[in-house]
Ligand binder design. Sequence first.
Ligand SMILES: O=c1cc[nH]c(=O)[nH]1
Length: 226
Amino acid sequence: MEFAPSPLPATEPPHDCPRCPRLVAFREELRGEFPGWWNAPVPAFGEPNAWLGIVGLAPGKHGANRTGRPFTGDYAGDLLFATLAKFGLSEGVYAAKPDDGLKLTGAILINAVRCLPPANKPTPEEIRTCRPFLEAPVAALPQARIFIALGQIAHQSAVKTLGGRLPKCTFGHLAEHRMPDGRILIDSYHCSRYNTNTRRLTPEMFEAVFARAIELRDQTSSTSLP
Ligand SMILES: O=c1cc[nH]c(=O)[nH]1
């Protein structure tokens, strides 16, 4: 795969974002080892007019960090994209590569941390440092009234981004949190290989989160949320 950095919206981190020294060093190492991979901050993927924002954790090494599209090419993406298709939130067929023509409809995927962290574990400082790159695209989503957080880290970053208070928002699968301006955050266990293999998260449990998001969208579509 050949990657030429294309012009990015102002809400996206630059291709050579220097903010997190550990993540920059890891990215440089992987650029040497895998020059054909993306190896850069991974841009959000989806519709600018999305009603649903889905907050992930961080690129997977062989997934988004390789392909340059969130969740694309790794195990977590298989369940996520199948679920999006099932709920009418995508058009086209997901084929685990960024040029498969897949389009999200009504939804957007944004990782809480844009660069690949070693061992899939960003530090608290890296999560904090990357938060402007969650805040900026979220602020640029005028229609997004419902958010789904995939896992604890995404939950924490999403609550802070949406202006909520963490002590009031305990993470739990299918837990719902109303933000001060009326936007609603639904938590889900992350659709990682570990969670699905151990059955902590089943496809049915994951689908219940999206079904609830759609139910809330339909209930709130007549009320005025930001
Ligand atoms: O949270 C995740 C996991 C895998 N790939 C992503 O882009 N985000």
